[in-house]
Design a protein around this ligand. Sequence first.
Ligand code: SAM
Length: 212
Amino acid sequence: MRLRNVTGSREAIAESEYVIHNPQEHRGSWHEIFGNENPIRIEIGMGKGRFIMDLARSNPDMNYIGIEKFSSVLIRGVQKQEADPLPNLYFIRMDAEEITSVFGTGEVDRIYLNFSDPWPKDRHAKRRLPSREFLRRYGEILIADGVVEFKTDNRDLFQFALEELEPAGWKIVQMTRDLHHDAQMMQGNVMTEYEERFSSKGNPIYKYIITR
Ligand code: SAM
C-alpha cells in the first residue's frame, strides 16, 4: 500500500475510543471490551477497513477487531467508525508480529488476511503474513478448530502460502485460484478495497481457508 502521511492521524487515533490503546493489557479478557461472550474475529492488515466494517455490520452477533500497522491508513477506518459506530468493532494499531502478546490461547475464533503485502525478497519471507512464522502465532491464539482465511491477487505469494502449510502443520479446508468464478466460495464473499481494485482489472483472486 502506498503510504501518504495523513497529518494528525496519530493524534486522532490516540484519542479515539474505538482504538484499543494498550492491547496487551486485555490479553485473556477481550470479551470484557465487548461486554458479551460472542466469538472474536480479527483481520490483520485491515487497511482502510472496508472489509471488517462490512462484516461487523452484517454480523452483529460476532465481535471484530481490525489490526493495522500504520496510523495513516487506520485513520480512515477510525473516521468511518466515529461517524457511524458499530458496537461490535474495535481497532488496534500494531505490528502483527506481536499478536501473541495481545491475544491469549484460543481467544480468537477466526483470522482474516486480505491482500497481504508480498515482501518479494527471500530474506523478508518471515514478514509475509501467511508465512510459517506467522502461522505458528495464529495457532497459539486461535480456538482448536479455528480457521485462517486468506485472499490475494498475488500468485507468487499464494504459492508461497500453500508451500508453508505442511511444514507449519496446517491443512486446507477450501481453496480456489479464481474466487470470483467459484460459485461455492463466492457465497457470502465480502469485498475488500484491494479486491475491488484488482478484480475489476480482471486479475484472478486466490483464496484459501485453512485449519490445523
Ligand atoms: N486488507 C486491505 C484490503 O484488502 O484492501 C488492505 C491491503 S494492503 C495491501 C495491506 C495492509 O496490511 C497495509 O495497510 C499494511 O500496512 C498492513 N500490514 C502489513 N503488514 C502488517 C503487519 N505486520 N501488521 C499489521 N498490519 C500490516
